[in-house]
Every structure is written in structure tokens, then in C-alpha cells.
Design a protein around this ligand. Sequence first.
Ligand code: G3I
Length: 371
Amino acid sequence: MYLKKYTFAISTTALLLANLSLLPDRASAQNIPSLKDTFKKDFGIGTALNTAQIEERDPQMTAFIVRQFNMATPENIMKSALIHPKWDTYNFEMADKLVEFGKKHNIKINGHTLIWHSQLPPFIRGIKSADSIRTFFNDHIKTVAGRYDGKVLSWDVVNEALNEDGTMRKSVFLQYLGDDFVTEAFRLAQQAAPKTELYYNDYNNEQPKKRAGCIELVKKIKAAGVRIDGVGIQGHWHVGKVPLNDIEESILQYAALGVKVMFTELDIEVLPRNFQGADVGQRMTANEQSNPYTAGLPDSVQQQLAADYEALFKLFLKHKDKVTRVTFWGVNDADSWLNNWPIRGRTSYPLLFDRKNQPKPAFEKVIALKK
Ligand code: G3I
């Protein structure tokens, strides 16, 4: 009996101490400057949110998100596999929670995403007729965009429809619905969600060939008399290789089409990778060199990361009349999808906040631009 009590007391104390050792860091994270306040006259500052964050499972995390960001994009829960799991079944539970989260905390929501070749519901694989794909396409856009009209600020109506050379990606939508599916998606979204801003979103679309394809898409949508309000450049870049000139050229060229420009999934990878971009279908095999920073990020890389973020935000500020939003793909380094892609179980450091929500040198540099 005594032994049991004693063991209980020790383990409770150990737990408390473990928690306390986290507390000072995480609590002090509330005393640092706020990104959204710092850039409030320039552009919105967003983050991707995962299920735990939307459900507010950790009050300190919620407080941190609310202090730093005024816009949010669901990392996964509005994708078709999750929101439309079966032919005639929708699951709006998490998306409704997200909308409530936004309302409660004054955070504007960007819906992500209506039409994407990836994370499709499994039943799509069984469909082999254009009519059935068309039915899915129409119903999905009408139902989802319609339900959240006036509740979300915007939708990524179509995501990643282009190849690197600017041609259309071979997706189930291109295969069955033809080249015009992008315009059709925007037409349906416009009808279902007249109060919602409608965007095209892609990665590497700051690269000249893909950008040219993206510009053609925007022109085609507009020529059909259909509304498109913005182009999202995802911004999954690599440390020391951020393509600043291409990014600036893209801001100018997209804005010249009369659409808003935004950076929608910003992160800067520090781990080795032999290709660029964010094609979730691409994978790499792990080897001895593929996870080099498990014990921490070397200072030289940390400083390069800070310099890259500084240069990027300098550029965003230079074009703040055209750039409406900068969204990070995750709140802190622990949340990042880059810990699991293109190799599972790595330790990456792509964001402005470390695993305890502490500001990194990159955060200081970005904030200093406004001092
Ligand atoms: O929820 C399941 C869990 O039940 C299961 O045990 C686990 C095992 O694999 O998988 C979990 O689902 C994962 C999901 O993220 C939630 O964590 C999927 O496997 C994984 O593929 C999925 O990855 C997401 C990826 O898109 C693929 O859709 C990333 O979180 C998300 O950050 C990423 O986001 C995309 C944007 O939507 C579009 N642009 C590129 C960007 C990065 O790939």
C-alpha cells in the first residue's frame, strides 16, 4: 500500500517536473512580438492548422496561434478524401469546427482545397466513366463551396493542376473532363459561393515555364467570363536556394492579370533533397546522410535560413500593394509535413518557430524589417 502511494507520488512529481520544464519556454512564447500585428498594414499572416489545433486540445497552443496569426488554412481536413469520404456522404464535422475557430478568434479561413488530384476519396479509383466523374465534380463543388459561402474568406478552388513545363498535369479530372475542367471548377464555385474569393494554387509556379502555364489558365478562366480572384504561390523552397528573382517576376506578372497574389504554404526546407517542389507523390529513400540534424540545426544553416526569410519578407514588403497574404505551412517546426516527406521520420526546421514555439533567428530578422 505504502509502496504504491510512494510510487504514485514519485511518478506524479516526475510528470509535474516534466511539464514544468516545458512551461517557462512555452509561456514566454506569448511575450514575443506578434507577426500579425507587425505586418497588419501590409498583408495577412496565416498558418496551416492540423486537427489538434482546430480542436484547441492545447490551450497554450491556441493562445499562441491567436496571437501570431490572423488567417488560417486547414492542412488536411477540407480535402475531398476527408470531407467527402463516400459517394453520397459528406463529413463536415471538422470543417464546421474550423469555421467556429475562425469566428471565435477573429481568424479568416482559406478553404483548401476543392479540386486536387491528391487525397481524393478512395471511391474515385473505382470510377471509370466521364459522367460519374462529372457528377462527383459538380456535386462536390456545389455542396462544399455552397455550405461555407460567407463563412470562409476564400477557396483554393483548384490545386496543382500544372506540370513543371506548364502543361496540364495528367489527373483523373484532365482525363475525364478535358482541358476545361479548371475553368469549369471556377464557374461552379462562383455559382455556389458568390461571396467567397476564388484562387488557383500551385507550387513552383514562380518558375518561368510553370508560371507561363499558370498565366494561361488565369487568362482562359477570365476569357470565359468566369471569376478568379487570386493566384497562390505555395512557396515550398530550399535553404540557400530561394528563387528571389523568379518570385519577384511572378508577383509582377500575376498582379498584371488583375488578380491578388499570395504565398500560401511557406516553408524553407533545410534537409537534403534531390528535387524541388512539393509533389506529395514523390518520395526518396533514406540513407545515412538523409537526417543530419537530429541533435539540432548547425548555426551556419540557422543563419542562412534567417537570411532567406529576411530576403523573402523584404520582397513581400516591397510588393505589399500586390501581396495580400503570407501563410506558413504549419505553426512550428514540430508540426511541419517536412518531418515526414519525402522521407518519413526526419527532423526538419523549416519555419519561424522551434518545437516549443520559441522564435528562431529567422523570426527576429523578419520582425526587424519593420523596426
Ligand atoms: O490521418 C492519417 C492517420 O490516421 C494515419 O495513421 C497516418 C499514417 O500514414 O496518416 C495520416 O494521414 C496523413 C495526413 O497527412 C495527416 O497527417 C497522410 O498519410 C499524409 O499523406 C498527409 O500528408 C499531407 C499531404 O499534404 C498529403 O495530402 C500533409 O499533412 C500536408 O501538409 C500536405 O499539404 C500539401 C498541400 O495540401 C498542397 N500542397 C503541398 C502540401 C505539402 O505536401
